[in-house]
Design a protein around this ligand. Structure first.
Ligand code: ZN
Length: 652
């Protein structure tokens, strides 16, 4: 890999922008390049769907801010307030809207309302008209409400207790309905004993019209139809050059689902997609993840186009083949184990294009499809994104975070030697074995744990990975060169779960994001329960706190103990226990420690969140207009990419 490649592109507010490479792209034969190209275009065409799903004002706000910014830039406006406008625009781009991508709190501008008023006065009549306004004070009022009014759309996804979650969330999935109306409505659609329930409500907005609840389906000819049509157009081109017949059939099902919104077709598509394993190229494109909805019903749009990393996949395949071995030895109660683990596929991929909810904040692994009955019957496809992880690791080596939070030189060295391989392995185990493990008792449903469902599920998958990472089987399978890899992972997990990740939480706030809750839950629980035998010790030196793992074996047994309980909660749908566990260990932040972490982190000047810009895939055509090659370019800036996407992929 090219040593000069710049992984870190830029940094603003709490965000770092990174870049990833697509290894081996240039050497691919033309049909594969074309397939990737068409799928990538389809991935970019859904961008505005996500923006609108996040909040109904997002698309208009983006248009306004982009115009104001470029007008000021053309007039050579400079100064601190202007720089803060630039930062806000970059943050809005990053969050796909005006709520923080992680905390989902409304972003706060660091310029004043007066600054804004002054800028708007610089807009010409024509420019105002292009934004749909006659007078700049009308535009000001609207922008003031969206950007400065703390009571307007304060939170994108509310997780508070004892509130109407639909009402308290600013996302755009429901209109004029209450939480209980939504819950009633979807409960009414469930059929008793249905062995293949569709994901009712997944691809629609629920609104009240003339006192009736109506679903506005996201499909061709429906809501978001203009963007979905474009997506389908590119998918149809991709279908022509797919690697095999199965892929063509998958695209067929997906296009028919997009045309009709029929969720039964979506499940058919999911099953066909699961079965297709032969090709090198794969993709996700659709309404997939439900984190954006507090009720876990509505899915945000996302896309990920990828190509298999053959060498890494071979390594990971070893884990898949042993899935049953692991399940049989899982430290959970016998009755909650899966008797026969099927279809646990394990693939290491490289991202080629990220879209929708995968961009710019990017997952490092995915495990799909989501419906539990499909997972139980057909298994799931689990992938880790090697080029993304690689870029993260390259960027982290120069950040100084490890040096600051690790206790001593030995811990630092262990991390530098084994940190990357440990992280990758944990992701493999989490995605592949963890999520695919265990069963739910008859009648127990995913939704039984309500708002605690995702935290419990992530906790379960993480613990499964942590526990087996410390198994000698890792050595035997050749997955690690030394058992110290597990030690490196245990150290960094605790370091992160108890301290480092607090850098992402605003002062005075508690933890809200599911993955962060689950990491603190695990770390805090094992710390508390391991006090007696000194599994983990807290040290304070020179005003700095350190958590040091003294006994990795004892820690492993604690992971086992917690996994056993978490699996019981999941298997039985024990909502009360889930709530107690999450609220006791996963949510509250100790304010003194939090302040210390923020202080130490601040000195490093490293933004706590990262995301990626995409490479540019450029079709090279001959005089007949035929594509003769696809070239990849990595030189585009964050600003240019965002502006280009806004120009070329706005269909709503
Ligand atoms: Zn997970």
């Amino acid at each position: 890999m090219n040593k000069d490649f710049q992984y870190v592109v830029e940094q603003f507010a709490d965000i770092r922008i990174l870049r990833y490479r697509i290894p081996g792209f240039d050497e691919l034969p033309l049909p594969k390049k074309l397939y990737l190209y068409y799928l990538s275009e389809a991935a970019l065409c859904g961008r505005d769907i996500l923006w609108d799903q996040n909040n109904q004002d997002n698309l208009a706000l983006r248009k306004n801010l982009e115009l104001i910014y470029h007008v000021l830039q053309a007039k050579n406006v400079t100064g601190e307030a202007f720089r803060q406008l630039e930062t806000l625009l970059k943050r809005v781009w990053f969050s796909n809207g005006f709520h923080h991508h992680y905390s989902t709190d409304k972003l706060k501008p660091a310029f004043t309302a007066n600054d804004l008023k002054g800028w708007l006065a610089l807009l010409s009549e024509e420019q105002l008209t292009s934004l749909g306004y006659h007078r700049s004070d009308e535009l000001f009022q609207w922008l003031y409400k969206v950007l400065f009014d703390p009571n307007y759309a304060a939170k994108r996804v509310s997780q508070e207790m004892d509130v109407d979650l639909v009402n308290a969330s600013a996302n755009n999935f429901y209109e004029d309905v209450t939480q209980s109306e939504v819950e009633e409505y979807y409960k009414g659609l469930q059929k008793e004993g249905d062995k293949a329930p569709i994901s009712a409500g997944l691809n629609s907005k629920l609104v009240k019209e003339n006192d009736q609840l109506v679903e506005k389906v996201w499909r061709v000819g429906g809501l978001y139809g203009a963007a979905i049509e474009k997506i389908v157009g590119w998918l149809r081109k991709a279908q022509q050059v797919a690697e095999n017949e199965e892929q063509k059939q998958i695209i067929e099902l997906l296009c028919r689902y997009y045309a009709t919104g029929d969720l039964k077709l979506f499940d058919d598509y999911n099953i066909a997609w699961l079965k297709e394993q032969a090709g090198d190229i794969d993709f996700v494109n659709g309404f997939i993840e439900i984190y954006g909805d507090s009720l876990g019903i509505k899915a945000t749009w996302e896309s990920l186009v990828n190509i298999k990393d053959a060498a890494e996949t071979q390594k990971a395949a070893v884990i898949s083949e042993q899935a049953q071995w692991f399940e049989d030895r899982s430290p959970v109660d016998e009755q909650y184990r899966k008797k026969k683990v099927t279809g646990v596929s394990m693939k290491v991929i490289n991202a080629v294009m990220l879209g929708g909810d995968c961009y710019p904040a990017t997952p490092i692994g995915i495990n799909l499809p989501n419906p539990e009955w499909i997972r139980e019957q057909y298994g799931s496809k689990s992938v880790t994104l090697d080029n993304i992880t690689h870029a993260y690791h390259q960027a982290s080596l120069t950040s100084g975070v490890i040096e600051e939070f690790a206790y001593d030189e030995a811990e630092i060295q262990l991390h530098k030697t084994y940190g990357a391989i440990a992280d990758n392995l944990h992701t493999h185990l989490h995605e592949c074995l963890g999520h695919g493990s265990g069963i739910m008792l008859p009648g127990v449903k995913q939704e039984d744990l309500k708002a605690y469902g995702s935290v419990i599920e992530e906790t379960r998958a993480d613990l499964y990975g942590l526990y087996f990472m410390g198994d000698e089987k890792m050595l035997e399978l050749g997955l690690v060169p030394h058992m110290d890899v597990a030690k490196a992972q245990y150290n960094s997990y605790i370091r992160n779960g108890l301290m480092v990740q607090l850098a992402r939480v605003e002062p005075g706030k508690n933890i809200e994001q599911a993955h962060m809750r689950n990491r603190q839950l695990i770390s805090q629980w094992v710390y508390e329960h391991g006090k007696e035998n000194h599994a983990i010790t807290m040290y304070q030196q020179g005003g700095k706190t350190y958590y040091v793992v003294n006994d990795h074996d004892a820690l492993r047994q604690l992971f086992a103990k917690l996994l056993k309980e978490v699996q019981r909660i999941k298997s039985t749908g024990d909502m009360e226990a889930a709530k107690k566990l999450v609220e006791t260990y996963g949510v509250q932040v100790e304010h003194k420690l939090h302040a210390e972490v923020l202080e130490r982190y601040k000195k490093l000047k490293v933004a706590p969140y990262s995301g990626f810009i995409n490479p540019v895939l450029q079709a090279v055509t001959n005089t007949n207009g035929d594509i003769t090659d696809v070239e990849v370019d990595y030189s585009e800036s964050y600003h240019d990419q965002m502006v280009r996407y806004g120009k070329c992929y706005s269909f709503l």
